[in-house]
Design a protein around this ligand. Structure first.
Ligand SMILES: Nc1ncnc2c1ncn2[C@@H]1O[C@H](COP(=O)(O)OP(=O)(O)OP(=O)(O)O)[C@@H](O)[C@H]1O
Ligand SMILES: [Mg+2]
Length: 190
């Protein structure tokens, strides 16, 4: 099987060659599939990520949440004790409550956003580099999401979103990797 490193390189170069218009239109298609999933419809709180470098754009999902009275939660990468970890924060305003953090990715502002109890997150929209047909995911290699997903409520629905070119038959898997409940692309729901 292809190694994690090779897979990460392959997807990164494929992502670079995508034009912005295609990223936008595919992201809108993905959004419409996500917002029609039953666990998403029922969700009172949704944790999103902030996209960067041609990842699936989450802005449309966030807008939908605000319009439908769903609470919006974003990850803040905390590194106080040396180990980087994701801490969830609720935002009320998509623009005012965020600022650039690690790698320039937008993060919730500690002075404006409110720490959110991870037990109360109903849906997590999960980013990733590559995914497979068994809904396994490969991330950027920090183990950030693996650790975070192992700490949320059992009833929390984990939805991976990705472009078709990020879907492989199988990605390398380890004990700590947490599979998703749904994988949504511009063409299908897995
Ligand atoms: N639940 C966990 N508990 C302890 N260590 C973990 C856990 N999950 C991941 N790690 C550590 O993080 C390292 C990176 O994991 P992995 O290669 O799965 O990252 P990834 O899934 O690509 O990254 P990410 O989750 O940040 O997107 C692993 O070597 C592992 O030691
Ligand atoms: Mg992993």
């Amino acid at each position: 099987m292809i190694t994690k490193e090779l897979l990460r390189e392959e997807v990164a170069s494929r992502r670079k060659s995508e034009n912005r218009q295609s990223v936008e239109s595919k992201s809108i298609e993905i959004t419409s599939r996500v917002i029609n999933l039953l666990p998403f419809i029922k969700a009172k709180s949704v944790m999103c990520y902030m996209d960067f470098k041609n990842e699936v754009i989450t802005r449309y999902i966030i807008h939908h949440c605000f319009e439908h009275g769903k609470r919006v939660v974003l990850p803040l990468v905390d590194k106080t004790d040396g180990l980087k970890r994701i801490v969830p924060y609720e935002i009320m305003d998509e623009k005012r409550d965020v600022a650039p953090g690690m790698l320039g990715i937008l993060e919730p502002r500690k002075d404006r956003a409110k720490s959110f109890n991870r037990e109360e997150i109903d849906v997590v929209i999960v980013p990733g580099v590559a995914f497979d047909l068994c809904k396994n995911r490969l991330g950027y290699g920090a183990g950030l999401y693996d650790r975070f997903l192992s700490s949320v409520n059992n009833n929390c629905t984990k939805i991976g979103i990705a472009f078709e070119f990020q879907i492989y038959d199988a990605v390398p898997l380890e004990e700590h990797d947490i599979p998703l409940d749904f994988l949504v692309t511009e063409e299908r729901i897995i």
